[in-house]
Design a protein around this ligand. Structure first.
Ligand SMILES: *Cc1c(COP(=O)(O)O)cnc(C)c1O
Length: 369
């Protein structure tokens, strides 16, 4: 039996009729750039994220860059990001002209550790970018308290956590801005690259929209130099079809995760993901830990099961950040996670039989080692 890491085609088949019709509509009206489909999705997404404004853009990475530009990051400014994330979170700090400062992650939730954030604050710190990693909210209570105390802005990186909740409140609604990716494999995915940044701050929304649209909100009116980062009509139309399904897809991911945890918790050697109190996890990824992670991954692949490592090298240890000369002991938890983490297949359309196969193969491997 084959179990892919994710199955985008299976999802497409469940909504084929609506997706095909939406794409045909965009083609018929040639509304490829800006236009009604983009505006409609921006309005719908802002409502779903419980925020006033949505500025759509070309991808999730741009949404972080645009947000930092809107917040006025300038040379010398330090921005704190988690040591364990996708590189978009940190590379955009440098792109925006700031300096990256890494904070270690919490050992059990893999999200940024508030205690280490506070230890990394200097007189030059201007902001924090918590990542709701794998779909689990970061500790937003502690993070917002630190931000208020030190007068820092917060951009929530929600790329993996659409509609996750911290103590009943949706992620993205805590900080100054919330960045989202609609990369095809994300919980809400387009059929290509797409992203958005949401906020309740009207003047910030205007600055971000202006920057993303060549520095002007009307054609020919360039107030500043900007960039060209836009969501296209085809992606917007597809996203509008998918958005109403997101709550149900999230429930299915949660059911899969619960089943994994029930079945894997009793298997020796496997550390199942820990969900901290008060956090609604949306399971973009189901990440276990195992001391023989690479052997386990090989065993699963041999049995037709695709896995992934998110991520094999924590950000401070990448060649891209060799200029900081960080040691493994500087980020003990992130270093431990990179060595032992393994992402098992999880997606809404996964069948019971497929999941049984994964569970049985993990159990068989653990009995032998
Ligand atoms: C996917 C992702 C991004 C960036 O998204 P793209 O749309 O691929 O540019 C940013 N941060 C995190 C944590 C992500 O997982």
């Amino acid at each position: 039996m084959n179990v892919p890491f994710a199955d985008l085609h299976a999802q497409y088949l469940t909504i084929k009729h609506s997706v095909d019709a939406a794409i045909a509509d965009v083609i018929r009206t040639s509304a490829f750039i800006r236009g009604p489909y983009v505006q409609k999705f921006e309005e719908e997404f802002a409502v779903a994220m419980q925020l006033k404004h949505c500025v759509s853009c070309a991808n999730g990475t741009d949404s972080l860059f645009i947000a930092m530009h809107g917040l006025g990051v300038k040379p010398g400014d330090e921005v704190i990001a988690p040591a364990h994330s996708w590189i978009s979170t940190s590379e955009t700090i440098t792109q925006a002209g700031g300096t990256v400062v890494f904070s270690d992650t919490d050992e059990s939730t893999y999200t940024i550790d508030p205690v280490d954030i506070e230890a990394k604050i200097t007189s030059r710190t201007v902001g924090i970018i918590p990542v709701h990693l794998y779909g689990q909210p970061a500790n937003m209570g502690a993070i917002m308290a630190i931000a208020r105390k030190h007068k820092l802005w917060v951009i929530e990186d929600c790329a993996q956590a659409h509609m996750a909740k911290w103590e009943g409140q949706q992620v993205g609604t805590f900080g100054d801005a919330a960045s989202f990716s609609f990369y095809p494999g994300k919980n809400l995915g387009a059929m290509g690259d797409a992203g958005a940044v949401c906020t309740n701050n009207t003047s910030l929304a205007e600055r971000m929209a202006m920057f993303a649209r060549h520095g002007g909100l009307r054609k020919g009116d360039h107030q500043i130099e900007g960039i060209n980062s836009r969501l296209d009509g085809l992606q917007a139309a597809v996203l509008s079809v998918k958005l109403p399904h997101l709550p149900e897809w999230t429930r299915l991911r949660q059911a899969r995760a619960q089943r994994y945890s029930e079945e894997l918790s009793s298997i020796g050697g496997v550390t199942i993901p820990h969900v901290a109190n008060g956090r609604d996890h949306v399971w973009h990824l189901y990440v276990i830990q195992h001391e023989k992670r690479d052997d386990l991954a090989r065993h699963l692949l041999h049995n037709g099961i695709q896995t992934a490592i998110n991520y094999p090298v924590a950000l401070p240890f990448l060649p891209a950040y060799s200029r900081f000369n960080h040691k493994n002991t500087d980020f003990k938890n992130a270093f431990h996670t990179q060595r032992t983490c393994l992402s098992l297949p999880i997606y809404p359309e996964m069948s019971n039989e497929q999941q049984d196969h994964v569970i049985n193969c993990v159990a068989a491997f653990c009995r032998e080692v």
